[in-house]
Design a protein around this ligand. Structure first.
Ligand SMILES: *[C@@H]1O[C@H](CO)[C@@H](O)[C@H](O)[C@H]1NC(C)=O
Ligand SMILES: *[C@@H]1O[C@H](CO)[C@@H](O)[C@H](O)[C@H]1NC(C)=O
Ligand SMILES: *[C@@H]1O[C@H](CO)[C@@H](O)[C@H](O)[C@H]1NC(C)=O
Length: 974
């Protein structure tokens, strides 16, 4: 148990170290700095947007101070104007494209959310989100329609900021959502889902009539809760409906912001029923280290408006290790480096970019100053690449310093520059990386690091993380292996600065074994692609390789075609570049003339024909880059077409490990376990199969095997506009109320159907995306399984049934695995109680279910990712413990939760908690044995109709000090 707690604490600690190639926000004396608000290049020029952004953030800064009890505010904000707008004297010219890494993006709407602000938040509790999306309309109409529709926009911004920075989730429900419904039942009452109880309002169906409810108490989708905006008692929560004027904070444990841990909110589920403020306070921003030392007198932010220079394609400096280590152990990393760097300079880096080249060993050398890449300079740049190593030491810090100097050499700021560092060694000359790092951060430079082999310094992870860069790892430095991994790292580095819609698409990047003289592979080029299509075949044995391509219409490309080039001296590859390629299925034939088997690395990239019609794009990343065993990482892949999610694709991450063969991790978009939102186009999976210390390189492979579909928009946390009365008479008729009785609804037979989805099939595609690398330390190789099964996050009640004295309940969840989401676990530990606090705090003491209670299904876990359903009989022992305070209710709540157990008795985390509601009719039948027959008869008719509820006062075992499940002022579990 202790060990497991440590395990979880460790995970919580580690989740703050996220690598997302993001702008880097820092905090100083309570003030956030380096926040970037960027406007997309397609947003029409409108200076009103800039002044409204300033107003919005100024107001939001003050509200952020209020809601965090005077602890933090927005201090420095960069507003990045696109290069498509005309230049103005008050825009500072920068050489950086801020949009792709901006924290707040002003862009055309995601069709799912329309103008509602939302945050892309794919991580778990406490993990930061990726960006906040505001639409130009939302910002432009700040004082008019936005105010009318949403209330004060600054409050929405603070709500989104809490998603982005602190990793808390929404505290409202959504109509028709089975996991997070808009209303839930507490005994006889129907309660709107919210963080704090006692928020009052009215209910109305969207057509202005009364709300309807099914017989089992499920509120139909078209019912809305309309909060009373004049209620002064609603002090929390910002994560609920911040437009209620009296809301001044997040839910916590104090009286007027008391957290409701019963509400089925996404926050309660993913953050284990802790109040939002409890989670926020654990963020490092609120630790003593960052706490402000003196009070701030103003929360007004400083704004800096910048504009990227038109046509600036990015500035890069290659910082290359040529020290002794680059030739060690008979391996020849320097040769591979030279090849990959040559391919990069000749073929990858785009025309118009600026490139400089630095090498380092004991000393550093500027091999080429910053130069614009064009057909004339490309060869000069290539010729200055280092061919040999020397016998010097490894002065990585010095190399970085020189790289910085190159970026600044023309008297410009280095801001926005990217250093691509390649090394295989441990630094042993001052200045060290740690001494240079603050300077790089201050100059706002990003460093991507490519590590060669397991000896590369452990400092690389800090370097990339703290500069907002990405780390790549290339293990295999035996001279005869294909080397595309390096190419994709270079490619990723130079395209990460470009707007997404202009980046090339990597269709495949794979190693093909050549076991016979002829190998055939079919590959599809999607209809949106075709421009600048490049087929590349890399192998140390390229001279034995010949390629024949057949286009979808039968056109042949081979050694005689002008598009075909082969370099078997330096670049070691065949390349076929087609400016305007046919789309559809291509046939690739690889002819191999060596008598022993070999391998070739095959990559295919292409660009959209029209940037307005975007192809499917894949982006992948890791939750952590540095881990201490025992622990785990999460791997994510986002598959989208514009802002639309692609669901139903098959996504596998292949992980290269320090030893042995690679392993595959299946990523799922099922809203269970590591995946926080179902069908949002973000696929998630755990990686636990560590087999030693060192670096793990992760590549995501995506295919559509016919089941993939496009959904309109992509779901994420978003705020909903203020609901308005359709029929004002409703408001005058009744007083605002915090909960509702069943007679306030009309009973309808219509079961709440699943929300309508707008999906269309999509043609065959495949993609490869490099997620980068992570490093593991402290691995212990004893074979004992210490990794617990995953947590069930989507437990729902499908139905509850009462027949005679039998009370049956059917539950459904997605099965996790033995080690988080991998492998088959052993047992489902399902328990129930009338006391929710017992479930939360004393789960192991609560009544459990065994196979004798199972009517349908089984307590043996299904394989990971499968939906498991079980019908169990609720034992009388649970029922008989019902609390005293429920005597006057016609329904009794019974709470269910489960955890998955593996063969070594490692216990998974407790699932979300669900409540079943049983009519008290059962008491009649329990009483029957002792009561005269006439008595049962008198009530029997009512019972039979299933509509009339019989209430019998029954004495019950009162558990005294415990809080009952029906108690409406439950304190939280924290
Ligand atoms: C920040 O919030 C605290 C607590 O609500 C308040 O006392 C203080 O005056 C605020 N500071 C500013 C500068 O508004
Ligand atoms: C690079 O520029 C610096 C300063 O402008 C100059 O001293 C140096 O000689 C140049 N180096 C090369 C390799 O061109
Ligand atoms: C590094 O520079 C120093 C001083 O300029 C020189 O003495 C030394 O030989 C150089 N080392 C190498 C390995 O080139």
């Amino acid at each position: 148990m202790r060990g497991k707690e440590n395990f979880l604490a460790l995970i919580l600690l580690l989740v703050h170290c996220v690598l997302l190639s993001q702008a880097v926000i820092s905090i100083d004396n309570g003030g956030y700095m380096g926040i970037v608000v960027a406007i997309h290049r397609n947003v029409p020029e409108d200076e009103q947007l800039i002044s409204n952004i300033k107003e919005l953030f100024t107001e939001a800064s003050s509200y952020l101070n209020t809601t965090t009890k005077g602890q933090v505010y927005f201090k420095d904000i960069i507003i990045a104007v696109p290069s498509t707008w005309s230049s103005k004297p008050d825009y500072e010219i920068v050489q950086k494209n801020y949009f792709p890494t901006a924290d707040i993006r002003v862009d055309h709407p995601n069709p799912y959310h329309e103008n509602n602000p939302y945050t892309l938040q794919p991580g778990g509790c406490g993990e930061p989100g990726q960006y906040i999306h505001l639409t130009p309309t939302f910002v432009k109409e700040l004082h008019t329609k936005t105010l009318e529709k949403y209330g004060n926009a600054e409050r929405h911004l603070v709500h989104e900021w809490a998603h982005l920075r602190y990793g808390v989730f929404d505290e409202y429900g959504l109509p028709g959502d089975p996991n997070y419904p808009a209303f839930y039942q507490e005994n006889d009452k129907i309660v709107p889902t919210s963080c704090k109880q006692g928020i009052t309002g009215w209910i109305e169906s969207s057509d202005g009539g009364p709300c309807s409810i099914t017989i089992d108490g499920t509120v139909n989708e078209d019912c809305r809760f309309i909060p009373d905006l004049s209620n002064e008692d609603a002090k929390a929560s910002v994560m609920y409906l911040p437009y209620i004027p009296s809301i001044t904070g997040f839910c916590d444990n104090t009286d007027n912001q008391l957290h409701n841990s019963l509400a089925p909110t996404k926050h309660n589920n993913l953050c284990h029923n802790q109040p939002t403020w409890t989670v926020i306070k654990k963020h490092p921003d609120f630790s003593r280290r960052f706490k402000r030392s003196v009070g701030f007198t103003s929360t007004t932010p400083n704004f800096r408006t910048v504009q990227s220079q038109p046509g600036s394609e990015g500035r890069y400096v290659l910082v290359l290790d040529v020290s002794r280590s680059m030739s060690l152990y008979n391996r020849q990393p320097i040769k591979l480096l030279h090849r990959a760097a040559t391919r990069f300079v000749e073929d990858v880096i785009s025309e118009g970019s600026q490139l400089g080249i630095v090498s380092f060993s004991t000393n550093t050398t500027i091999l080429h100053n910053l130069t614009q890449v064009n057909s004339a300079t490309r060869m000069k740049l290539r010729n200055s690449l280092p061919v040999n190593n020397d016998l010097g030491d490894t002065a990585i810090g010095k190399g970085l310093e020189e790289g910085l100097k190159v970026l600044k050499s023309r008297g410009e700021t280095a801001e926005g520059g990217l250093i691509i560092l390649i090394t295989d060694g441990e630094e042993n000359v001052e200045p060290y990386v740690s001494q240079i790092l603050p300077k790089l951060q201050q100059e706002k430079i990003t460093v991507n690091a490519i590590a060669f082999g397991n000896k590369a310094t452990r400092k690389l992870e800090d370097l990339t993380k703290l500069t907002g860069g990405k780390g790549f790892f290339f293990a295999d430095i035996q001279g005869n292996q294909p080397t595309n991994a390096l190419d994709s790292a270079f490619m990723d580095s130079v395209t990460s600065q470009a707007d997404l819609e202009f980046r090339p698409v990597q269709i495949t990047d794979t190693i093909i074994r050549l076991i016979s003289s002829k190998t055939i592979k079919k590959i599809t080029l999607d209809k949106e692609l075709g421009r600048s299509t490049i087929f590349t075949f890399t192998s140390e044995d390229v001279k034995y390789i010949n390629i024949i391509l057949v286009s979808p219409n039968g056109k042949i490309y081979d050694v005689n075609s002008p598009e075909y080039t082969k370099d078997d001296r330096i670049k070691m590859r065949v390349e076929i570049k087609i400016p305007d390629a046919e789309t559809g299925q291509w046939m690739v034939t690889i002819l191999w003339s060596k008598s022993i088997p070999g391998a070739v690395s095959f990559s295919l990239t292409s660009e959209p024909k029209d940037p307005r019609i975007q192809p499917v794009r894949v982006r992948s990343w890791l939750s952590v880059v540095q881990l201490t065993y025992p622990s785990h990482a999460k791997v994510y892949a986002e598959i989208k077409k514009g802002y639309n999610a692609v669901v139903g694709a098959t996504v596998k991450a292949t992980v290269d490990r320090p030893m042995g063969s690679p392993v595959d991790v299946l990523l799922r978009d099922n809203g269970a376990g590591p995946d926080v939102t179902k069908n949002d186009g973000i696929y998630s999976g755990y990686f636990t199969q560590f087999n030693g210390n060192g670096r793990y390189a992760v590549v995501a492979n995506v295919i559509n095997d016919g089941n993939a579909k496009i959904r309109r928009g992509s779901q994420s946390s978003s705020l909903i506009p203020i609901p308005k009365f359709k029929n004002l008479a409703d408001r005058e008729k009744k007083n605002a109320s915090a909960s509702f009785t069943r007679d306030e609804f009309v009973v309808s037979k219509k079961p709440p159907g699943p929300p309508e989805v707008d999906e269309e099939p999509i043609e065959v595609f495949e993609r490869t995306s490099n997620a980068g690398a992570l490093r593991l330390d402290n691995h212990s190789s004893n074979d004992v399984d210490i990794i617990p099964p995953g947590r069930v996050t989507d437990l729902v009640i499908i139905s509850s049934e009462q027949k005679d004295e039998q009370k049956l309940i059917t539950l459904r969840w997605t099965s996790p695995g033995d080690d988080l989401d991998v492998g088959n676990a052993s047992f489902v530990d399902l328990r129930a109680s009338c006391f929710v606090e017992d479930i939360m705090k004393r789960f192991h003491e609560v009544d459990s279910f065994n196979e004798s209670h199972v009517i349908k299904g089984s307590l043996v876990p299904l394989p990971p990712g499968e939906e498991q359903e079980i019908t169990v009989e609720v034992p009388d022992a649970i029922w008989n413990a019902k609390p005293n305070s429920t005597i006057n209710y016609t329904r009794i709540d019974v709470y269910f939760s489960l955890r998955i157990v593996d063969e070594r008795n490692n216990l998974g985390d407790l699932s979300n908690i669900v409540a079943g509601h049983f009519r008290k009719i059962a008491f009649v039948l329990v009483e029957e044995e002792k009561s005269p027959k006439w008595w049962v008869y008198a009530f029997g008719i009512g019972a039979a109709t299933l509509l009339i509820i019989v209430v019998i006062v029954v004495s019950c075992r009162n558990k005294g000090k415990r809080n009952a499940c029906t108690n409406t002022s439950l304190t939280s579990s924290a």
